[in-house]
Design a protein around this ligand. Structure first.
Ligand code: OGA
Ligand code: MN
Length: 303
């Protein structure tokens, strides 16, 4: 193995040194990296020089890339290609988004604890976020270890969560921050998605919680009870001992496992400083119910 692994905790988050991701990795080297990814969930690659093509090429080693939901928005000029989620505070001309801009409002949903694309029927396997430029202060990204959070649950709670399925929805999670600008086309293209509440992480065979701001209710449970349980689980999983807070340096690439973590962006002075972050997102292999052997037909989208 030609790179070095520097764990931040014994089981969560590691920095990878001595590796240049702009050149293609060999099979054995990628396999070793994939092992580290399955062990630590969050990998930090400092001091990379990645153009968009190089970021896409490295990302595609993990699997097929998602297309951004911003593509569904007709007539909107994208700053970056369709395989990127534009996590920046910049418009198509690289100017800072105005305080009342629609995209600024939408992106502020990233301040809620979530995992990427759990509102899609086929959710994300992992995300790769590259920092082209960062603000001088603020704008950290926090990560929560949902395998450790699961391990720490009382046995009775683990038993209670077995087989539960939550309904995830981007319109509901954005409604939490007062965003309601979805077009008819977007609503149609983004149906609510059933996702298991606990799952087995394929790369490690460890059980994990699967939670996000997008989780709106639990099937078969009173609406209030389901929402309260989801809120309790998110509060449990985001206790200090389960967190890694990433303080960005320009040219960091951070890869996280969406199957067993949550993350959120911390605020910064976004009307003053540019933060140019671009995310590629890799699709999971199958819907989570299918992976857990739970027939999903019974969870038709609620009205
Ligand atoms: C993301 C995200 C948070 C941040 O890229 O998926 O939620 O700190 N980002 O920008
Ligand atoms: Mn995100």
């Amino acid at each position: 193995m030609s790179f070095s692994v520097h764990p931040i905790t014994p089981t969560f988050a590691a920095e990878i040194g001595d590796l240049d991701l702009s050149a293609p990795l060999g099979e054995a080297e990628f396999a070793a990296l994939d092992d580290a990814f399955n062990t630590y969930s969050v990998l930090v690659f400092p001091d990379q020089r990645l153009d968009d093509d190089a970021q896409m090429a490295f990302s595609a080693r993990f699997g097929p890339l998602e297309t951004t939901i911003q593509k569904l928005r007709k007539g909107v000029k994208l700053r970056v290609g369709p395989k990127f989620a534009d996590v920046s505070n910049l418009d198509a001309d690289n100017e800072i988004l105005a305080e009342d801009s629609e995209r600024r409002h939408f992106n502020s949903g990233n301040r809620l604890w979530h995992t990427d694309s759990s509102f899609r029927i086929l959710p994300a396997k992992c995300s790769l976020l590259y920092a082209r430029s960062i603000p001088p202060t603020g704008g950290q990204t926090e990560f929560a270890d949902l395998r450790a959070a699961y391990d720490a649950l009382p046995a009775a709670m683990k038993a209670r969560l077995e087989g539960l399925v939550a309904e995830h929805s981007i319109t509901e999670s954005r409604a939490k921050i007062g965003y309601d600008q979805f077009t008819e086309g977007e609503i149609e293209a983004l149906p609510r998605a059933p996702q298991v509440v606990v799952r087995t992480h394929p790369g490690s065979q460890r059980r994990t919680l699967y939670l996000a701001s997008h989780a709106a209710r639990i099937f078969g449970m009173d609406d209030g009870d389901g929402k309260a349980l989801l809120a309790e689980l998110i509060a449990h999983a985001t206790q200090r001992q389960f967190l890694y807070s990433h303080r960005w340096r320009a040219n960091d690439l951070v890869v996280w496992d969406d199957r067993c973590t949550m993350h959120r962006g911390l605020p910064f002075d976004d009307l003053r400083y540019k933060r140019d972050m671009r995310r590629t997102t890799v699709e999971d292999v199958a819907p989570t119910c299918e992976q857990e052997g739970i027939p999903a037909e019974q969870f038709a989208a609620a009205e």
